[in-house]
Design a binder for this molecule. Structure first.
Ligand code: ADP
Ligand code: MG
Length: 376
């Protein structure tokens, strides 16, 4: 039973090979997930129900064979958090509770798959907001228990890499993946489905967080990344030399809190500065470091491909600069379309499919973790 009146009643539906369409979600009153145990047959493991609730997107997807997206439904909470200028964790958890059954039902309807046809449930268990993760993990456990199907725990950063895998139906591995979003900035080494490891991560703010905070300093609404990019198009990226945090010479870690302070100090000292120049100079500094460290990682690991994912991957300056730098060094470059860049459950289901193939099934004692160690 789902209460009427979700604040966010628009969801994105997308299916592989079809244009994305926006549709009003009808919040119904019947949400009993009906399917009998007898419906579960051999050979149906290929349909994975993916669940994602790590931050401010509630998402459910049905993916077949790890790459065919039958449904990917995302309810974004941006409007809810906008008035606070950032994601409020407690509100996010409550909204996931309301949205998740609706979104799962919508994914089943969109895919034409009955819950009884689902062979496994894959869920993001971390990293992310602990209360938000808990909603998805608890829901996934309940479905797995009720349907007697395997539960698969998926690391969110790894899931982002599979967003790209989904888009292209496979990639030349090994690859280095730059995952940049409001909550994460990570470099991931992806050798095979059996071997993934984190090469570097942010020591403080995520790249998207830095975009959002600087956008706020410039008077732009939350989330400000896209608005800042638009403003930056009218500015001179060489106007102000903001610091690039390269850290120790061989470090593949990132740090973005210093540049945020630097922009804040600059604006206090130069109240009449061109906002477009500040935006363009800030963006150039962040992109320099992201591109420089990704190329360093790709050379060090001698990979074949570079993958870009996460919400900040929508930034066209970053996409162009990284694509060009990858080309100069003869790495293939892949960046999925925006809906597979931002948080979605299709990428979780895809990552879950390959974990399941290796028999990596979680117990019903699976715990959500805000900062889990990557175990592959
Ligand atoms: P999360 O859920 O971890 O916050 P998402 O994958 O939903 O991350 O991405 C949202 C983030 O991406 C926000 O910080 C937003 O400002 C940033 N973002 C979106 N579009 C752009 C853009 N064009 N340039 C820079 N940042 C962007
Ligand atoms: Mg998000």
């Amino acid at each position: 039973m789902v209460r009427r009146g979700c604040q966010q009643n628009f969801v994105w539906f997308c299916r592989a090979g079809r244009p994305v369409k926006k549709r009003e979600l009808e919040v119904g009153t019947r949400f009993t997930l009906k399917a009998s145990r007898e419906d579960l047959g051999e050979g149906l493991m290929a349909y994975i129900l993916g669940i994602e609730t790590s931050c401010d997107e509630t998402s459910a997807a049905i993916v077949a064979d790890g790459t065919r997206v039958l449904a990917d439904v995302v309810a974004s909470q941006i409007e809810l958090h906008q008035r606070y200028g950032g994601v409020v964790p407690e509100l996010a958890s409550r909204q996931h509770l309301e949205n998740l059954p609706v979104v799962v039902e919508a994914a089943l309807q969109e895919s034409g798959i009955r819950l009884g046809d689902v062979g496994a449930v894959a869920v993001t268990y971390g990293p992310g907001l602990i209360g938000a993760l808990l909603v998805g993990v608890s829901f996934a456990k309940a479905v797995a228990l009720a349907r007697q199907v395997p539960l698969v725990a998926v690391h969110h950063t790894v899931a982002h890499a599979y967003g790209c895998w989904l888009e292209y139906g496979g990639l030349p591995l090994p690859a280095v993946c730059l995952i940049v979003s409001g909550g994460h900035t990570s470099l991931l080494y992806w050798q095979s489905h059996e071997h993934l490891r984190i090469l570097g991560t942010t020591r403080d703010d995520a790249a998207g967080e830095a975009f959002d905070k600087v956008a706020r300093l410039l008077g732009l609404p939350y989330p400000g990344g896209a608005a800042l990019e638009r403003l930056a198009r009218q500015g001179d990226p060489a106007a102000i030399r903001f610091p690039r945090a390269w850290l120790e010479p061989a470090s593949l870690d990132f740090s973005f809190s210093g540049i945020k302070t630097s922009v804040s100090n600059y604006l206090k000292a130069h109240p009449d500065a061109s906002r477009a120049d500040v935006a363009a100079s800030f963006q150039a500094a962040v992109v320099d470091v992201l591109v420089g460290k990704t190329i360093m990682a790709a050379r060090q690991e001698q990979v074949r491909s570079i993958v870009l994912a996460g919400g900040v991957a929508a930034n066209s300056h970053l996409r162009q600069r990284l694509a060009a730098a990858a080309g100069e060094s003869a790495f293939a470059f892949f960046a999925p379309r925006p809906e597979f860049c931002t948080d979605n459950a299709a990428m979780v289901a895809s990552a879950g499919f390959y974990r399941l193939q290796r028999g990596q099934v979680a117990g019903l004692n699976l715990e959500a973790s805000s900062c889990p160690v990557l175990e592959i």
